[in-house]
Write a protein that binds this ligand. Sequence first.
Ligand code: GLG
Length: 839
Amino acid sequence: MNPPINEMMQSQIQIEDDRTGLSIETLRRAMADNLFYILGKYPAIANNKDYYMALAYTVRDRLLHRWLNTYEAYMKPEVKIVCYLSAEFLVGPHLANNLINLGIYDQIRQAVQESGLNLQELINTEEEPGLGNGGLGRLAACYMESLATLEVPAIGYGIRYEFGIFDQEIREGWQVEITDKWLQDGNPWEIIRPESEVYINFGGRTEPYQDDQGNYRVRWIPEYVVKGIAYDTPILGYKVNTANTLRLWKGEACESFNFQRFNVGDYYGAVDTKVYSENLTKVLYPNDEPVQGKELRLQQQYFFVSCALQDMIRIHLTESENLDNFGDKFAAQLNDTHPSIGVAELMRLLIDVHHYSWDQAWDITQKTFAYTNHTLLPEALEKWPLSIFGRLLPRHLEIIYEINRRFLDQVRMKYPGNNEKLSCLSLIDDRGEKYIRMANLATVGSHKVNGVAALHSELVKKTILRDFYEFWPEKFTNVTNGVTPRRWMVVSNPRLSELITSRIGDNWIKNLDELRRLEQFVDDGHFRYQWREVKWGVKQDLANYIEDKLGIKVSPDTLFDVQVKRIHEYKRQHLNVLQIITLYNRIKHNPNLDFTPRTCIFGGKAAPGYYMAKLIIKLINSVAEVVNKDPDVRDRLKVVFLPDYNVTLGQRVYPAADLSEQISTAGKEASGTGNMKFSLNGALTIGTYDGANIEIRQEVGEENFFLFGLKTEDIDQLRAKGYNPWDYYYNNPELKSTLDLISSGFFSHGDCELFRPLVDSLLHSDPFFLFADYQSYLECQDRVSQAYKDQEYWTKMSILNVARMGKFSSDRSIKEYCENIWYAKPVPIEMKDYVQADA
Ligand code: GLG
């Protein structure tokens, strides 16, 4: 006999309560349960890592309902899904962000406390997934968070690297790379989906054939096949039911053990394909602006893109009979050219597998894809030698040739007899060794192409894609980058967040434009006092961290001057160093100098093969060693290099900065996003007229921004008329003595050779125009020092910076993408009960 209805409901509620309940007692019990049943530990033998895991599972239980409901809603044919294709997702630690977005931070804090633990300590034990290099990967993560918060259906597709970006250690001032083992303790946030496996072909040859109806077709007979396995991580929106999916693919062997080989005594050969297949997703390439065209990288790109497209097709075919409306169901964004092979792959899947005609397939493909360009640096433009490409992807090479043939016919029509145009626009560079140009493929295969800041998008049209812009002006647009205020304020800077909320309520968290309302408090002396107190407290925290990690004492009463980002010559960390040495010289020559005490903080990784960047790290540390030891100077000037800069460390650093260094050579930094995080946390910017700096300055007001240096057009002019760094060296005594001091071995224990490559590069070519901007930079830094002395005035500028940062929320960026590029709409998720555990 069935149990009476209310008894059934009772049991349902019971089940719900254990895994979804939010009372302090239920949460505490759930944690103890997970500790015992998932981790196999009990309190007497558990450490903080174990408790972190138990807590993570407790939180994951509480988001699964949302996730399953969300997934179900997206299956409906009329729902359009944004697919963000990216080789990198630098999501950062999950726990604190999930607590905030679920709105259960306080309950969990109490439950953890009642278990005799400290929530912050547990949060600090989380190992972040370092599945990205820098800005590009972090942008993808901010966008995933904003998509979820705006309730826009989205799937992030990428690679589940077993080893993410290396951990950086500093030994004797040099960077040393240590393998990142983010998965070694297990990852409580992912769920493996073995049923979503897909098969990916590589190598071999193609073969024409006629099908039963007599149609001409091509089949690809691969040399080997790799299996893709999906690992899903839920991405929660802030205080909404939406939980989108980050789906990362791992390479596996189809057959992990070859018995034939084993039986003939070839024991290693028996696991060959397993080793080979798993190598595919073993490690992230650690270059921020990639240079080398390594075959494994192309394999990685094709692997994850094919996994993604096959997955999308499967999703579509569960509810639709054919792929005619594929471009209405999905918008696929190419995050840089890394996934641009997707253009040829979707064509292949539509034509060879699903038997669409070329024209139909091409319509669907162009409708589906859009492409974001993230850099103008010529060395970062991806191109693949035809030889490698054809060997690995023979069918795609044929398809690219055909795309190119048809495209160049159009070009010929528009520019009869203009071979110059043909050769610039061609997907194939055949001026020497032949290459496939991935930016050209992405541009031709997409309906929209965007840059990431206003200046950058203009330069894309004027430089690297100029001929495409002339051909298709309507394709080109701009979406200025943004950052999520949930992670970059609420999670990372709770004190400032609380102060703001105490004055204007908490709507700003979802609608960052509301920060404007802070402007009414700039003249409120008490508010300014509170603002300074918050900043001071956060600086004290960072000072404690620095003393703890590095044994260097720094004072929160000094100006915290921070440059954290990848180390690159175009970002000009060495210009900052030249300035520091100049200040050092000034104090040494004039001990009574009126000086605003500064703590100069650096952080960032160098690509392992980028010698100059590594030498810059060594220079920073060498200067730090001298400056911090010198009794004449050390109370006024300190230099700190924070090792292993990553998202977790960023969350400590941005809130503690007074001054944000955004000093790239004009025209080189596509946008920057660190610049936004600093300003949002109340730091003032010293910056060049580059990337999003320009828009930040426009928003916060030029009187609240320290601008210096040459503009893009000045630099072009200077280059055209012949730039000679020696002129600056001889004509500027401070610059000369700064360089001479480095060359003399003063910072290298007498070794005059150590920094010679750096000094010589500056003197002989200075490709990033440090000398040309040096004087302007120093004068601007003097203005910073003067301004900082007037703390009331500085605080006003700081408040106004925060108040006017609304534009730089990634919510705004995502709304623009939805409106102008993806044509996607929010789909609020209704919570249904039937996807409960016992249903
Ligand atoms: C690039 C650029 C940055 C940009 C970021 C995100 O160098 O300027 O902010 O992408 O668009 N490779 C990068 O990090």
